[in-house]
Design a protein around this ligand. Structure first.
Ligand SMILES: [Zn+2]
Length: 310
């Protein structure tokens, strides 16, 4: 419900102006106020980290990435005009993926890179030219802070959030090459139990494009548990030009897979522990398979794969 004539989002913190557009002018105001006065302090902004890296051994042969691990927003973006409860929903992040990434990295001794910002700000799992990079509406929720995003603000969010996270993944992969151990790339996500009124039957899904090495090995191992309903490119297809796997794994010939787990199964410590116990032995075993570390270009079902660095 809204007050007479007042949009609901006015009750919540939203930049009065684009923070990025304001960076080229003298120090500006708290963006949620109409009156321009000092903008959030530099130290406050400096504290916001667009990614988090968990150190691990390149000898593990694995790198875990978590595009949607965080629902964090920098202070100068407020809540993007959303009621805080919306930031606790799946539209802001993948519930359970952060703790699962931490647990798997600890168990396997492998590095991991986790995005430190909400996908509502900018989606790190989209290409930089993807029309869904910055969503104005997500699962029915209008995002007021994204309503007026133009090319300059888009470029700023790319530079401030999307690119540093992408660079961190590249750096972690490069470290593996330096140590002559190109990593298997594992991307963790979670999905909602119900979508548009339809209960999703899968406990987890393996998403992939053309490189069958890791996906088929994981599907075979997960299928050995009769209690599990496992999606093969469900609940989503795994081929998306420009997404994280496309840019960092397909384009470099790295064996890779997206593992999607239903959110209600990662809702508490017991769920995190159960999925860590399930996945860690599989991933550890497969990381020891030399075929998984060959550089092989399988291309993409989506079309041409740009040459590295282009
Ligand atoms: Zn996700």
């Amino acid at each position: 419900m809204t007050g007479a004539g007042e949009p609901a989002h006015n009750r919540y913190s939203v930049p009065a102006h684009s923070p990025c557009q304001l960076t080229e002018t003298p120090p500006l105001s708290q963006p949620s106020t109409a009156d321009p006065s000092p903008r959030p302090s530099a130290p406050q902004e400096a504290q916001f980290q667009p990614f988090r890296r968990i150190d691990g051994a390149t000898a593990s042969g694995l790198l875990i990435v978590a595009d949607h691990a965080s629902n964090a927003l920098p202070a100068d973006y407020g809540t993007l005009g959303l009621p805080p409860a919306e930031l606790a929903r799946h539209i802001a992040y993948d519930i359970g993926v952060g703790p699962l990434t931490e647990a798997l990295a600890a168990r396997l001794g492998c590095p991991a890179v986790l995005a430190g910002f909400s996908r509502l700000l900018i989606d790190p799992n989209r290409g930089d030219d993807d029309p869904t990079l910055i969503m104005r509406i997500s699962d029915g929720a209008v995002v007021p802070g994204n309503a007026g995003v133009g090319p300059q603000e888009r470029a700023c969010r790319l530079k401030r959030f999307w690119q540093p996270y992408s660079n961190a993944i590249e750096a972690a992969i490069d470290a593996g090459f330096v140590d002559r151990q190109p990593p298997i790339l594992v991307s963790l996500h979670s999905f909602t139990p119900v979508w548009r009124g339809w209960p999703r039957p899968w406990h987890c899904g393996i998403l992939w494009d053309n490189d069958p090495r890791l996906p088929q090995a994981l599907l075979a191992r997960l299928a050995a548990d009769p209690a599990l309903v496992v999606g093969d490119n469900e609940p989503y297809g795994g081929a998306l030009s420009g997404d994280t796997m496309f840019r960092h794994a397909t384009s470099r010939g790295l064996a890779h897979a997206i593992i999607e787990i239903r959110q209600d199964l990662l809702a508490d410590d017991a769920g995190i522990a159960e999925w860590t116990e399930r996945l860690a032995p599989m991933l550890g075993e497969l990381a020891g398979d030399t075929e998984m570390h060959d550089i092989r270009m399988y291309g993409s079902r989506t079309g041409p794969v740009p040459a590295l660095g282009s």
